[in-house]
Design a binder for this molecule. Structure first.
Ligand code: AR6
Length: 168
């Protein structure tokens, strides 16, 4: 099952919210900044202890003051024009987060539009990749997870609406 909503991922009551972090897990702007602000300082302490996350991979922390149970920090690729394996790396962010959520017995997960802000991945291409990857994963896992896309900016929301409601 999947849902599309427009809003702020820090307000969502689910088992897992996914953060679009950086390799050093050092916080920043965008959704990462919003998640750290809402979760409180303990989240930064937890991230410092972990220290690093490779692009396309996922690390887990508690969610502290957030309504979610866990934060999955993944690192999307910086868009370099498409020749640096960016699509594969972005796909890995989604697959690794979904796989880990299943392994941890989580029932619901909310994704932001990873890499499409500060990291500059083209929004339409990122949306198609995210939706195709998630649908393929759910098809192979009996729809066992409730997956939600949380779009924050108007353009991403319009793109996701178009793809989700016209094609699928
Ligand atoms: N809830 C949901 N989505 C949001 C929120 C929010 N509160 N705020 C922004 N977005 P970005 P990236 C959307 O830039 O491109 C950080 O500094 C936003 O509209 O947050 O992966 C990290 O530390 C966009 O669609 O992440 C890294 O250095 C999407 O989140 C770097 O930015 C992703 O935009 C990661 O860049």
């Amino acid at each position: 099952m999947r849902k599309l909503i427009k809003g702020d991922i820090t307000k969502i009551h689910v088992d897992v919210i996914v953060n679009a972090a950086n390799n050093m897990l050092s916080g920043g702007g965008g959704v990462d900044g919003a998640i750290h602000n809402a979760a409180g300082n303990e989240l930064m302490e937890a991230c410092k202890k972990i220290g690093f996350c490779k692009t396309g991979e996922v690390v887990v922390t508690d969610a502290y003051q957030l309504p979610a149970k866990y934060v999955f920090h993944t690192v999307g690729p910086v868009w370099e024009g498409g020749s640096e394996n960016e699509k594969e790396q972005l796909k890995n962010c989604y697959i690794n987060a979904l796989t880990l959520a299943m392994e941890m017995g989580c029932k619901s997960i909310s994704f932001p539009n990873i890499s499409t802000g500060i990291y500059g991945f083209p929004k339409l291409a990122a949306a198609e990749l995210a939706i195709d990857t998630i649908l393929e994963f759910l098809k192979n896992h009996d729809d066992a997870l409730d997956v939600q896309f949380v779009c924050f900016d108007d353009l991403n929301y319009a793109i996701y609406q178009e793809i989700c409601y016209s094609k699928h």
